[in-house]
Write a protein that binds this ligand. Structure first.
Ligand SMILES: [Zn+2]
Length: 244
């Protein structure tokens, strides 16, 4: 950036020196009057461009060239560079919960040993320092597989929308509805409460009304549902503590 600016400055100065020789005094004086506004305009444009690059760096939104060397569970893997990746937008059963092993095995069947393409959203890391990514692999025929979506579509993951990382939230919700309608995987054993529940728009988690977490929801983020089904339909995720 600064190199480019210096180059530009040199070019403008040399142009002006040439202008002085070629056009004579009058033209140069006229040009000189525009010199500052012109320079300001050029610098502003460059600044606008560079700040845009910082917000959306296309080269940094996708990462390739790494392999999955270990599958931790249904939504977490370790890469060949040692980094741990947590899949964005989904949540798979914890150790000891139904479908924990099934989700882990399904994830392993998709990604173990494979080269992955990672796509990032707004936040690059979670508070455990894990890389947050949408993960893509190729199957034997070369078809591109969206792993996060496959986990949801087959009923091995619930969607877990955490703003601001919501790029594929609509797609994942659609796939979850499909999995629930067909009683796939964990949905075959899930018995949602028929009592009213309370959701948090900021975290997209819903709770039983007596859950301690409900007291911490600010009034503008609080949303009531007739039952858990209604909250799931809107893309909310059941609280792990009160399990509504
Ligand atoms: Zn709760």
């Amino acid at each position: 950036m600064s190199d480019r600016c210096q180059n530009l400055q040199r070019k403008v100065s040399s142009l002006m020196r040439r202008g002085r020789k070629t056009f004579g005094g009058e033209t140069f004086r006229r040009f000189k009057a525009f010199r500052l506004p012109l320079l300001a305009l050029v610098f502003l444009s460059l600044f606008a461009l560079s700040s845009q690059w910082q917000i959306i760096p296309p080269s940094k939104r996708v990462k390739t060239g790494l392999r999955v060397v270990k599958v931790i569970d249904g939504d977490t893997v370790v890469l060949s560079d040692g980094q741990t990746v947590r899949y964005i937008g989904v949540d798979t059963p914890e150790h000891g919960q139904p479908f924990y092993e099934a989700a882990k095995n399904f994830n392993r069947s998709l990604v173990q040993g494979k080269a992955v393409e990672l796509e990032f959203d707004v936040e690059r890391y979670d508070h455990y320092g894990r890389l947050l990514a949408y993960v893509f692999v190729r199957d034997k025929s070369g078809k591109r597989i969206f792993v996060n979506a496959e986990m949801v579509r087959n009923g091995f993951a619930r969607i877990y929308t955490r703003p601001p990382n919501v790029k594929y939230a609509d797609l994942l919700l659609k796939l979850q509805k499909e999995a629930r309608a067909n009683n796939r995987g964990l949905w075959s054993v899930y018995k949602p409460t028929r009592s009213p529940v309370i959701g948090n728009r900021r975290t997209m988690v819903f709770h039983r009304p007596n859950c301690p977490a409900v007291r911490r929801i600010s009034p503008q983020n609080r949303v009531s549902f007739h039952n858990a089904e209604a909250a799931l339909e809107k893309g909310f995720h059941p609280c792990r503590e009160c399990q509504p």
